[in-house]
Design a binder for this molecule. Structure first.
Ligand SMILES: Cc1cc2nc3c(=O)[nH]c(=O)nc-3n(C[C@H](O)[C@H](O)[C@H](O)COP(=O)(O)OP(=O)(O)OC[C@H]3O[C@@H](n4cnc5c(N)ncnc54)[C@H](O)[C@@H]3O)c2cc1C
Length: 686
């Protein structure tokens, strides 16, 4: 082998002097190359290029030289046969190695698997506090107060956490799980309350409605995530909060079907309960399906397949078949569009082969969208790309159309035609209602109890994610159930306080120089990071709002400037991306607070606004939006927007594959995609 490597670089030299053909360069063995070269040497002593080549071929070690000599005696045909043989030997060797290593891997797996079973019963004496078994009653409603939980002695970490501040987290969605993943273990006594004991990876939920992905590939048991912080989980629903006594009222139906309510004490409470579907006051939503939970996805899949089966029955009339195969999606946002795309894929790729072909011609998919484009929060070019794709696939996109009522067998809607509203209807066998979100019952209850909560869609927080109106630093809200207040102008006095104090003047009578304006702008950016992008050209703003050309900004001019910034700030989107960022932010901040608290308490320091003292305000960074559209995908990364076919779809999949919550879900996602390619979608309904 060493001879081959050394001879090859000189191949071109040999070719130049006409001694080595292309074939000998690539396929001949080192032996034949050596023979040819040496023969040439005998016949052309005057060629220095060749001599140099041979000198390099033969040096530096004599071992290769000896091999040349001994092998040179063999006839060339024998050499060719031996190369074929060696190829075979190598093939067998690789196969053998592959079979052997697979065998070892399977054996290793069985050895590991055997260690996961337990022969001996694992029962042992476990200390449980009497308070956990018989919680005392109290609070405004005289309910049991769960001060101690039954698993508090289960591990060293849990025992240590008993004396730590109590952190209660409501919900197991994107926000809460991101928080749990970023909290330092041992900082808090953590209890998570949620009616669902799993985390749901929502961006892929539309794929589960048609069997592209399995339902279990999208969920992760939340107890496993909570274990990291030595926390506790209670499968129940929070229904109210007693702010003054720091108690959350939790409700659950017991084994006998009776509702049981109890209190859970907290030092810090995080509300991450998400939101519910917005009915928009439309009648007849009981005839619709929704797509928010894993159960919704299961019901949709069953309903779609059931309609297909009914359409095949000989007793089904032609008209009824058409109705059964008419799928209506109310709402042209990302969820509606992705569901329509997945549904089309199912009908186009799988049902065609498994069901009578006539069904394919009778199936219709309609998207009813109230705006002039679907995906209207995306760049317009991408919306148009999606519309063109649906047009090509025969998906009926009805824009400027507003649903009036859903009846058992049809959807009534109005559509603007030539400036006039026209009432229309579509026969429907299946209807998905996916038209935005509204606040949950718990958020409504809390909003009604707190001052300063004037938003009808979510709990309002300050930029440190603390719920407005609640005791400072006690209650936080993250994700879809919350909105961050953008009222920069209302805080104008607080921004001016330091300067006014330094000058000994009333803030309302101040005239800010450019240097002081810069100071104020920095304070605004610190408190409202979302405003930073509107405070880039401070000199221009100063010039623009100094209406009287005095070279200073007076109180009125400054207020107007800040009001203008307020109008440009939009509320944060209700997305997994935002919930995830807020959860991460809060996890880090709560760890900082936990680290700072003992020192502050030991020195008896009144820390006032602790959040502000230990950590920056929350700053949302939009990383872009993606959507799947029938074997294609679109990407909206601010300036960089693009859409494409199958390759873009692979990119879309890769992004979510990387974001998936655990190694287990990643393995399952990969297996589901492979299963779809090999065996088609799962067309069974249970
Ligand atoms: C089909 C679909 C596709 C989506 N696709 C995308 C996407 O591609 N990209 C994107 O960024 N976003 C997407 N979203 C939006 C995203 O899922 C949400 O913005 C995100 O889930 C919000 O996270 P959250 O933590 O606020 O709430 P959720 O994830 O909704 O979690 C709320 C949690 O609170 C629990 N809970 C509810 N009520 C109570 C209560 N009273 N007490 C205690 N717990 C309670 C629930 O059981 C749940 O565990 C999609 C949403 C859907 C439905």
């Amino acid at each position: 082998m060493s001879a081959v490597l050394r001879c090859r670089p000189d191949g071109p030299a040999l070719k130049r002097i006409g001694l080595l053909s292309n074939r000998s360069l690539t396929s001949r063995t080192p032996v034949s190359a050596g023979i040819a070269a040496r023969r040439a040497l005998h016949s052309s002593h005057r060629r220095p290029e060749l001599s140099r080549c041979l000198a390099r071929c033969q040096s530096p070690n004599t071992a290769s030289l000896v091999r040349f000599k001994s092998e040179a005696a063999q006839p060339p045909q024998a050499v060719r046969r031996s190369s074929a043989l060696s190829f075979l030997y190598k093939g067998f060797a690789y196969c053998g190695f592959f079979i052997f290593s697979s065998g070892v891997a399977v054996l290793a797996f069985f050895v590991y698997d055997a260690t996961t079973y337990r022969e001996e019963p694992s029962a042992e004496d476990i200390p449980v506090s009497e308070l956990a078994l018989n919680p005392p009653r109290g609070g405004p409603k005289n309910l049991p107060i769960a001060e101690v939980l039954i698993g508090e002695h289960d591990s060293e970490g849990m025992i240590e956490a008993r004396d730590k501040p109590r952190l209660v987290i409501l919900g197991t969605g994107w926000g809460s799980v991101a928080l749990l993943k970023h909290l330092t273990p041992g900082d808090y006594h953590v209890t998570v309350v949620s009616p669902t004991n799993y985390f749901l990876f929502t961006p892929m939920l539309p794929s589960a409605t048609v069997g592209t992905l399995g339902l279990r590939s999208l969920v992760e048991p939340v107890r496993r995530i909570i274990q990291r912080v030595h926390g506790h989980f209670l499968k129940a629903e929070a229904v109210d909060v007693e702010f003054s006594e720091k108690l959350v009222e939790v409700s659950q139906v017991d084994a006998n079907g009776n509702k049981q309510n109890f209190y859970l004490p907290y030092d810090k409470l995080v509300v991450g309960v998400g939101c519910k579907t917005n009915p928009h006051g439309v009648k007849g939503l009981e005839h619709c399906n929704f797509l928010k939970t894993i159960d919704d996805a299961r019901q949709i899949k069953n309903q779609v397949l059931e309609n297909m089966e009914l359409a095949c029955l000989p007793t089904t009339s032609d008209e009824e078949r058409k109705r059964l195969l008419s799928f209506v999606i109310c709402g042209g946002g990302p969820t509606g569009v992705e569901f329509a795309a997945e549904l089309f894929d199912l009908l186009n790729e799988d049902l065609l082969y498994s069901f009578p072909r006539i069904l394919r011609n009778e199936i219709s998919v309609h998207i009813v969208q109230s705006r002039s484009h679907i995906l209207n929060t995306y760049d317009e070019a991408l919306s148009k790309f999606a519309e063109a794709r649906f047009d090509r696939d025969g998906v009926d996109v009805l824009t400027n159309a507003r649903v009036k009522e859903i009846q058992e067998d049809k959807v009534l809607f109005t559509q603007v035609e030539d400036g006039k509203k026209v009432l229309k209807e579509i026969p429907m066998g299946f209807c998905l209602w996916s038209t935005g979100v509204s606040r949950s019952d718990l958020c409504k209850t809390l909003s009604d109890k707190l001052d300063g909560q004037n938003n009808k869609h979510a709990l309002v927080t300050d930029s440190h994610l603390r719920v407005l109106g609640s005791p400072l630093g006690d209650i936080y809200a993250i994700g879809d159930c919350s909105t961050v207040q953008n009222n920069v102008a209302d805080h104008v006095v607080s921004f001016l306080r330091t300067i006014a104090w330094q000058k000994g003047k009333d803030p309302q009578k101040l005239h800010l120089t450019f240097r002081e304006w810069r100071e104020v702008a920095n304070r605004v950016k610190k408190r409202f990071p979302q405003a930073s992008s509107h405070l880039r050209r401070l000199d221009k703003l100063f010039e623009q709002y100094d209406k009287d050309q005095s070279g200073t900004l007076d109180f009125g001019e400054l207020s107007e400037l800040l009001h203008q910034i307020d109008t440009k700030l939009t509320s944060l989107p209700a997305t997994a991306q935002r919930a995830n960022q807020q959860g991460e932010y809060l996890g880090r901040k709560l760890s900082k607070i936990a680290a700072a608290l003992p020192g502050l308490r030991a020195n008896e320091i009144d820390y006032g606004d602790l959040d502000d003292a230990v950590y920056k305000a929350f700053n949302y960074r939009h990383l872009g939006s993606l959507a799947y559209i029938s074997n294609a995908a679109i990407f909206d990364f601010g300036g960089l927007n693009f859409g494409g076919g199958v390759l873009a779809m692979y990119l879309w999949r890769s992004v979510y594959f990387a974001q998936s919550v655990s190694f287990r879900t990643r393995c399952m996602l990969a297996m589901d995609w492979a299963k779809r390619a090999l065996f088609g979608r799962d067309l069974m309904s249970f």
